[in-house]
Design a protein around this ligand. Structure first.
Ligand code: B12
Ligand code: SF4
Length: 668
C-alpha cells in the first residue's frame, strides 16, 4: 500500500462471469446507501460491458483467425500430445460455430423476436456456441454466464497466478482498454459474489494494481467472504497480496467509514483501518492481519439501490427488470444443508426494510428507471412481511410485477395468495427440497409433503407461477425417499410450473458440515487445490443412493420423463428458475409456458466454415473417447483422499503431472 494516493474517483466494479440479463444488486445497493451519506461512488458493470466486447465483430474475427491458424498448425502435425489432442478437438469443433453473434444479442434485446420461442431458442443456442468457441480459444479454461473454471482443477493461487501471468483471460484486451481510459481512481472495490467471478476478480485486482499502484484496492461480496471464512489459514494473507482490504459481510458501514479516510488523497492511519467495520487489512509495520468490528446494518437506514451509472439498455433483455432486497437473512435459518448468506455468523439475523420505506423505494425505482418488473433478491420474505408489503403496494396504487423466493408456510391461504397476486406477485420459487417426510425431518425443514402440496396449490390457483427447487442425496436419504421426491413432483406436475432436481452438495458452514456425525457423515475432505474450501467432499454410511446402485438408473429415467414434459434450461435462460428471461416469458405467456416443450429453433446459423470445409486429420469422436477415458481414470485417483493429509490430490500441478505421464506413455 502506498502513502501517496490519487484524489480521483471511487469505483465499484462487478466482474465477469455472471448473468448479463440484469444488473446485480450489491453495488447499486452500496451506491444508494453511500449517496444518502453524501459519499459519491461510481458503479461499473464489467460483466455486461464484457459481454458486448465478446460479441463484437472484431473480437469474433480475431478469434476465428486465431483458431483457424491453430487448427492448421495442429492438423499439419503427424502426432499430438495428450493436451494438444484435447485442444485440437475443441478447436475443430469450434470452427463451424462462428456466426453473427450480434444478431443473437439483437434478438435478446428485441421486444418482438425475444418472445418468438423459436427465435429466442436459436439466439440462446448461438450464445452457448460463443462459449464453446471461448473454450477453444482459452483452452484449458471454460466460461459461461455462471462458470469460469479450468478443465478440472479448482482455482488456487498457483492456477490464478498462471492464468494472470499468461494473460489468459479472454477479456485481457477489453480490461486494458477500459483501464487506460480511466482517470486514476483513489479507491477500487471489486465485488466477488459468485464462484464464477473468481478468476476475473483476481485478474482485475492485478491489472488495477499495475495501472494504478496507488489506489486503495478492495474485494467484497459473499464469495470472498466464504473464501476467507472457510479457506485454509494462509488464504487471507494471500488475498491481501492482491488487495489492500477485504470486506466481510455487509459493505455499507465499511465504505461509509473508509471512503472519507481516503478523501483528498490522504493515507489512513493503520489504526483507523483496523477500526473500520467489517474490514480486514494488514498492518504495514507488524504485518499482522487485523479485522475491524462487526457491523450489521439496520435496514431502516438503507436506501433504494442506485442504478444510475448503468445503461439498462445494455443488458440482454428487451426491457429492464431490477433487483431490490427488502429483507436480508432468513427468519427460519434451521435447514441442515444451508449455509445461506451470512446467517451462520449469528450476527446477520433476518431483517426487513420497514414496509412504507420498501414500497417508497420501489416507487422511486419505477419512476426513475421506468421499470415494471422487480425481483426481490433476498433469502426469503416472512409471510407477515409479504402480506403487509402487498397491502401497501395495493393501498398506494403502485403497479409493479414481481418475483421472489418464499418458504412454504401455512399462512399462505388461498385468500392471502390472491392478495399477493393482486399486488403483482407473478412467480415464486420454493425450496421444497424433498418429497419424503423422513428427509424433510432430517433437514429440519419444518414442512411436510402435505403442506407443500397444499400451499403450492394455493399459489398456483391464485395465478402465481410456482417453481420447486428439489435435490436428491441428502445424508440419510435412501432410494424410497429419493423416489418420494420424484413421485411428489410427478403427482403435482399440473400445478408445478417449473422445477429443478439437483444433487446434494455439502455447503461450508451448514449444519451438516459443522456436525457431520449427526448426519452419518464419515469424513469430509477437500481436494489439495481447493484452498478456498468451497467444495467439500463427503462420504457417508447412511444408505445414500450412489451411482453404482442399479436403482439409480430408475431415478434418472423418472427425472427424464418429468423433464421432457417441460421446457427447462440452465442460468440465465428462459426455463431456469428465478431468471429475468423466465419472468418475461411467464408474464407474456402465463404460468404454464415452461410446462410444455417449445418449438425447435430453425437452423439459421451462418456457419463460418461455409465454402471452406474443415477436414480434421485426427478423428474427433476417437479423441473425445480418449479424453473421457483419461479424465475418468484421472479423477478416480485424484479424488481419493490421502489418509495422511485427508486431502485428495486433485490440483493444477497434479493434473499437469498426470498429463505429462500420459504423454510419456504415448511417446514410448
Ligand atoms: C437472490 C439470490 C440469487 C438469485 C439472483 C441472483 C442474480 N441476479 O444473479 C438467483 C435465484 C437467480 C440466484 C442464483 C444463483 N445463486 Co444466488 N443468491 C441469492 C441470495 C439469496 C441473495 C443475494 C442478494 O441480493 N443479497 C442482497 C445484497 C444487498 O447483498 P450482497 O449481494 O451480499 O452484497 C452485500 C455484501 O456482500 C457486500 N458487498 C458485495 N460486493 C461488495 C464489494 C465491495 C467492494 C464491498 C466493500 C462490499 C461488497 O455489500 C453488499 C451490501 O451489504 C444470495 C444469498 C445472500 N443472502 O446473499 C445467494 C448467493 C449470492 N447465490 C449463490 C449461488 C451459489 C447461486 C447460484 C450459482 C446457484 C446455482 N448453483 O445455480 C446461482 C447463480 C446465478 C448467477 N447469477 O449466475 C451464492 C454465491 C456464493 C457462491 N458460493 O458462489 C450465495 C451467496 C448463496 C450462498 N451462500 O451459497 N441467486
Ligand atoms: S434453506 Fe431457505 S429456509 Fe432453510 S435456512 Fe436456508 S434460507 Fe432459510
Amino acid at each position: 500500500m502506498s502513502t501517496n494516493r490519487p484524489a480521483g474517483e471511487s469505483l465499484l466494479i462487478y466482474p465477469p462471469f455472471a448473468d448479463p440479463t440484469w444488473p446485480y444488486v450489491s453495488l447499486s445497493t452500496l451506491k444508494g446507501y453511500l449517496g444518502r451519506c453524501g459519499i459519491q461512488v461510481q458503479v461499473r458493470d464489467f460483466n455486461v460491458e464484457a459481454f458486448s466486447y465478446l460479441t463484437e465483430a472484431s473480437t469474433i474475427a480475431r478469434w476465428r483467425q486465431q483458431l483457424t491458424a491453430r487448427f492448421q498448425e495442429l492438423n499439419g502435425r503427424d502426432s499430438l500430445t495428450r493436451s494438444e489432442q484435447m485442444e485440437y478437438r475443441r478447436v475443430a469443433e469450434a470452427l463451424p460455430l462462428f456466426q453473427d453473434f450480434g444478431a443473437a444479442v439483437g434478438t435478446m434485446r428485441d421486444g418482438e423476436s425475444f418472445y418468438d420461442q423459436a427465435a429466442y431458442a436459436a439466439a440462446r443456442d448461438s450464445l452457448e456456441d460463443l462459449f464453446r468457441i471461448m473454450e477453444a480459444v482459452c483452452f484449458p479454461f471454460r466460461f459461461t454466464c455462471n462458470r469460469a473454471d479450468h478443465l478440472v482443477a479448482p482455482w488456487d493461487f498457483q492456477l490464478l497466478d498462471s492464468y494472470i501471468a499468461g494473460r489468459t483471460s479472454p477479456l485481457d484486451q477489453f480490461y486494458r482498454r477500459q483501464l487506460a481510459e480511466l482517470a486514476a481512481p483513489r479507491f477500487v472495490g471489486i465485488s466477488l459474489t459468485f464462484v464464477s467471478q473468481i478468476p476475473e476478480a483476481f485478474y482485475l485486482c492485478r491489472l488495477f494494481r499495475e495501472f494504478f499502484p496507488d489506489c486503495f484496492l478492495m474485494l467484497g461480496g459473499p464469495c470472498v467472504d466464504l473464501m476467507v471464512r472457510h479457506g485454509r489459514p494462509e488464504v487471507t494473507a494471500r488475498i491481501l497480496g492482491y488487495v489492500d482490504g477485504i470486506t466481510m459481510q455487509e459493505g455499507e458501514k465499511t465504505l461509509e467509514q473508509l471512503l472519507p479516510l481516503l478523501a483528498g488523497g490522504s493515507c489512513p492511519d493503520p489504526a483507523q483501518l483496523a477500526a473500520t467495520a467489517n474490514l480486514i487489512t494488514r498492518d504495514p509495520v507488524s504485518g499482522i492481519i487485523v479485522q475491524g468490528p462487526l457491523a450489521v446494518l439496520d435496514l431502516a437506514e438503507s436506501a433504494a439501490p442506485d442504478y444510475s451509472d448503468l445503461d439498462l439498455q445494455r443488458y440482454l433483455a428487451p426491457s429492464p427488470m431490477l433487483l431490490n432486497s427488502p429483507t436480508r437473512g432468513c427468519y427460519w435459518n434451521k435447514c441442515s444443508f444451508c449455509g445461506y448468506g451470512f446467517n451462520q455468523s449469528g450476527a446477520h439475523a433476518y431483517r426487513e426494510i420497514p414496509v412504507p420505506q420498501a414500497v417508497a423505494d420501489l416507487r422511486a425505482l419505477q419512476q426513475k428507471y421506468g421499470v415494471a418488473n422487480f425481483y426481490f433478491s433476498c433469502d426469503v420474505l416472512s409471510p407477515d412481511y409479504a402480506f403487509r408489503l402487498a397491502q401497501e403496494i395495493l393501498d398506494t396504487g403502485l403497479e409493479i410485477y414481481w418475483s421472489t423466493d418464499l418458504r412454504i408456510e401455512a399462512a399462505y391461504t388461498p385468500e392471502r395468495c390472491r392478495l399477493l397476486y393482486r399486488a403483482g406477485l407473478r412467480a415464486v420459487a420454493f425450496g421444497v427440497e424433498s418429497g419424503s417426510a423422513k428427509v424433510l425431518r432430517l433437514m429440519h425443514k419444518g414442512v411436510t409433503p402435505e403442506r407443500i402440496r397444499e400451499v403450492n396449490r394455493h399459489f398456483h390457483q391464485a395465478g402465481i407461477s410456482t417453481a420447486w427447487m428439489t435435490f436428491l442425496g441428502h445424508p440419510g436419504e435412501g432410494f424410497q425417499e429419493a423416489k418420494a421426491t420424484l413421485d411428489l413432483l410427478a403427482a403435482e406436475r399440473k400445478v408445478v410450473d417449473q422445477f429443478i432436481v439437483g444433487t446434494f452438495g455439502l455447503t461450508p458452514g451448514s449444519r451438516i458440515a459443522c456436525r457431520p456425525e449427526e448426519f452419518g457423515i464419515d469424513s469430509i475432505s477437500f481436494t489439495a487445490g481447493d484452498v478456498f474450501r468451497l467444495f467439500p467432499i463427503h462420504s457417508d454410511r447412511s444408505g445414500r443412493i450412489n451411482a453404482n446402485d442399479q436403482r439409480f438408473g430408475q431415478l434418472d429415467a423418472e427425472i427424464d420423463d418429468l423433464s421432457c414434459r417441460y421446457q427447462l434450461d440452465h442460468y440465465p435462460w428462459a426455463g431456469a428458475i428465478s431468471t429475468h428471461h423466465s419472468f418475461l416469458y411467464l408474464r407474456r405467456y402465463g404460468q404454464r409456458v415452461f410446462a410444455k416443450a417449445w418449438p425447435l429453433p430453425q437452423t439459421k446459423k451462418q456457419k463460418a466454415g461455409a465454402g471452406k470445409k474443415i477436414q480434421p486429420r485426427f478423428p474427433l469422436a476417437g479423441l473425445r473417447r480418449r479424453e473421457e477415458e483419461f479424465m475418468g481414470h484421472y479423477l478416480e485417483l485424484a479424488l481419493r483422499p490421502d489418509p495422511e493429509t485427508g486431502l485428495t490430490p486433485l490440483c493444477f500441478d497434479h493434473f499437469q503431472a498426470a498429463l505429462d505421464r500420459e504423454e510419456e506413455k504415448d511417446r514410448r
